[in-house]
Design a binder for this molecule. Sequence first.
Ligand code: GDP
Length: 311
Amino acid sequence: MICCIAGGVGAARFLEGLVCIAPARNLSVIVNTGDDMELYDLHISPDLDIVIYTLAGIVDDLKGWGIRGDTFHSLDMLGRYGGETWFKIGDKDLATHIYRSYILRQGFTLSEATARICRSLGVEVNVMPMSDDRVETMVNTEVGQLGFQDYLVKRGAGDKVTGVTFRGSEYAHPALGVVESLCNSDRVIVCPSNPILSIGPILAVPRVRMALRETDARILAISPIVGGAPVKGPTDKIMRGLGLEVSALAVAELYKDFLDVFIIDQIDRELRDRIEALGIEVIVTNTLMKSLRDKVQLARTALEAAQEENG
Ligand code: GDP
């Protein structure tokens, strides 16, 4: 069994490769919900959607989020009513948010809504939200505290970051199956996602971090920082804002209390010794996922590395 810990686009790219070489029934994915938001009374779970659409084979590959070939008529119409249109929701995507909110309003959990969406879209991987409790990623900036989507999408990640907090995380329980998955898997893979904004909220759920420290599974991560910069997104701005160096080494430091193996890009090979000095095994390979072949190759490297000790 393999348990993955995932944010959005970076993670989904990796998972696309992983499902090509590992049976879906052996895979579970714990997904960040710190980015979730309410808009038009709908519950939107961006990272869950990116992961699910990718595993269902319907993601818009160019954008990395949303549904391929989707149209935006509803959003245009909402704009005509003077509604908010900064968060781009396609017509088919809207149906997911309506359906999820409908299930939640009937008193079911986000886990249950997620399971139903996966079943309907033919996703066999066990995709789980990190928690059914609300955890909100808040970004402290020079203009004040902003919700994650306000910071990233509405304001284009343009504000200087001074800190990040995960509102509600200290009281949040892991969703049903999360701890079991971490403890009963042979391997845990932390996907290449923003370590602060995507993996951070998952690790901020106390029982999750504890399970990572306690599990017998071999834990491996793939660096989202390649050559001192993120492949996409504002990971560098966030890390710098928190006083961290933007490097694979700094990511390793964030995970060092539970990490066994770290996969870094060949361009960062000179960091090997310093990461190994943290007590973490290092694998150097190409981590840039430009094609499906790259994704499969990286997934294969991760599986082989994760397998080594367990035999
Ligand atoms: P987001 O919330 O949708 O931006 O998703 P994530 O947090 O999962 O992804 C953002 C992170 O994924 C960034 O730090 C990127 O550097 C990383 N990332 C995206 N594509 C790749 C890739 O091809 N290789 C590696 N190593 N990292 C990637």
